[in-house]
Design a protein around this ligand. Structure first.
Ligand SMILES: [Zn+2]
Length: 120
């Protein structure tokens, strides 16, 4: 079990956040075995947004703010694609270059291999 990381989670007034005896109830941060937002850290998109509002700028500065455009060029533009066949053409696994639009056939095994080098 883990707690939602939303800094304001406890301020949202819902039944499942209430704890304690009648007449002396408090609202508590949600606790679950699994969350579905923000890498399983937040109980809701609201809580994820609250976190970013509070910590986002510091997190970006800490991990590295993008200050120059990241560029997609021929050398890093290869992606794996699946081409459905039509007519006499069979289905194919290919590497596709998003910049040059070049296609190279690869085997299904290479397609499924997460370590198969893409950017060459
Ligand atoms: Zn939450």
């Amino acid at each position: 079990m883990k707690y939602c990381q939303g800094p304001l989670c406890h301020t949202y007034d819902t039944k499942d956040r209430k704890r304690g005896p009648k007449g002396n109830k408090v609202n508590q941060t949600r606790r679950r075995s699994q969350f579905y937002y923000g890498g399983s850290n937040f109980c809701s998109l609201n809580c994820q947004n609250d976190w970013f509002e509070e910590f986002g700028n510091r997190a970006i500065d800490y991990f590295g703010r993008i200050t120059q455009p990241i560029v997609l060029e021929e050398h890093n533009a290869w992606r794996k694609r699946y081409r459905w066949g039509y007519g006499d053409n069979e289905d194919r696994h290919i590497m596709y270059n998003m910049i040059t639009h070049e296609e190279r056939n690869i085997t299904e095994q290479q397609f499924n291999d997460d370590n198969y080098p893409l950017n060459t």
